[in-house]
Ligand binder design. Structure first.
Ligand code: AMP
Ligand code: TRP
Length: 330
């Protein structure tokens, strides 16, 4: 029996190469050895104010991206969280065993509620990690590939699974995080101290998977470099160039030492120009596939429908068992 993997991305914007290198590229590989559930977590996206039209567009964009990067709906279950109501149902059940103090400690909640203050923050934002625990536990996933920033949420998931099992008898597997070492953090092209992110005000620090060849080349040629010359991998002392070398490595498959060798006697200009070639070469077919699916929404929706039909019976069976364990029902 293969172990089960669960992961998801929020449809809050078009994905960027940080999402791709840090998450999606790894997901594609896992399909060989695991039974994978890859979800578009739209119920999580609405924990911050959303524009309904944009949310639907971004949901399609994430689904198209999953397919474009190589997630194969024949091998993996690719589906939309809000299609399977058992996610929110299980979140409610788990909330009854979650302590307020445990949720108040979550750094993502603290960060995101900072603007309004915790008294004005939404209850949905507060309960976000419980919904994430529900996603994972509903499918008995044992492995959860995520970026470092999600570790605390996985810890809470493990705690809730154990607490539930202690109170109501063996019900949930306790999942483990899977964190990739190199590429766990791709930094902004404009500021190597900041994580590349969807919400970067200046879009010039973020390479989106749908950027045109021209945009990619411009952004890379204008990327900041370090004060010392030379192309070498040294994240401590040369964070900007090391970030670019990391991107080069993940886009070309060439080892870091070989990249250093190739550019040892060349300047930043040559290196960036070659990096732009490599990134464009890698992303062009992905972008074309994303655009294909966005122009063929019916095909895209049919794939999501197939995913729903695979996820739903598993979720339904599990929720019945959970409710039975808790004494709910007649
Ligand atoms: P999010 O965009 O926050 O929904 O994240 C989706 C996935 O991409 C998560 O597993 C994140 O940890 C990962 N991720 C987001 N930004 C980066 C980044 N700059 N570098 C590496 N991984 C990232
Ligand atoms: N919270 C995750 C993020 O922001 C997304 C997510 C929701 C997720 N449910 C999940 C990731 C379940 C892994 C497993 O990246």
């Amino acid at each position: 029996m293969k172990e089960t993997v669960f992961s998801g991305v929020k449809p809050t914007s078009v994905p960027h190469i940080g999402n791709y290198i840090g998450a999606l590229q790894q997901w594609v590989k896992l399909q060989q050895d695991y039974n994978c559930y890859y979800c578009i977590v739209d119920d999580h996206a609405i924990t911050v104010p959303q524009n309904p039209k944009q949310l639907r567009e971004q949901t399609h964009a994430i689904a198209a991206t999953y397919l474009a990067v190589g997630i194969d709906p024949k091998k993996s279950v690719l589906f939309l969280q809000s299609d399977v109501a058992q996610h929110t149902e299980l979140a409610w059940l788990l909330m009854t065993i979650t302590k307020m103090g445990e949720l108040s400690r979550m750094t993502q909640f603290k960060d995101k509620s900072q603007k309004t203050g915790s008294q004005s923050a939404g209850v949905g934002l507060y309960a976000y990690p419980v919904l994430m625990a529900a996603d994972i536990l509903l499918y008995d996933a044992t492995k959860v590939p995520v970026g470092e920033d999600q570790m605390q949420h996985i810890e809470l998931t493990r705690l809730l699974a154990r607490r539930f099992n202690e109170r109501f008898g063996q019900t949930f597997d306790v999942p483990q995080p899977m964190i990739q070492k190199v590429g766990a953090r791709i930094m902004s092209l404009k500021d190597p101290k900041k994580k590349m992110s969807k919400s970067d005000e200046s879009k010039s620090g973020t390479l989106f998977l749908t950027d045109s060849d021209d945009d990619i080349r411009k952004k890379i040629m204008r990327a900041v470099t370090d004060s010392t010359a030379g192309i070498s991998y040294d994240p401590e002392n040369k964070p900007a160039v090391s970030n670019l070398i990391g991107i080069y490595h993940h886009m070309s498959g060439i080892e870091i030492a070989d990249i250093e060798k190739e550019f040892s006697d060349k300047g930043y200009g040559d290196f960036k120009s070659s990096l732009a070639d490599v990134v464009i070469h890698h992303l062009t077919p992905i972008r074309e596939k994303i655009l294909y699916y966005l122009n063929n929404k019916q095909e895209l929706n049919e794939i999501l429908d197939q995913g729903f039909h695979k996820a739903y019976p598993v979720a339904e069976k599990k929720i019945r068992f959970v409710k039975d364990q808790m004494g709910l029902g007649r």
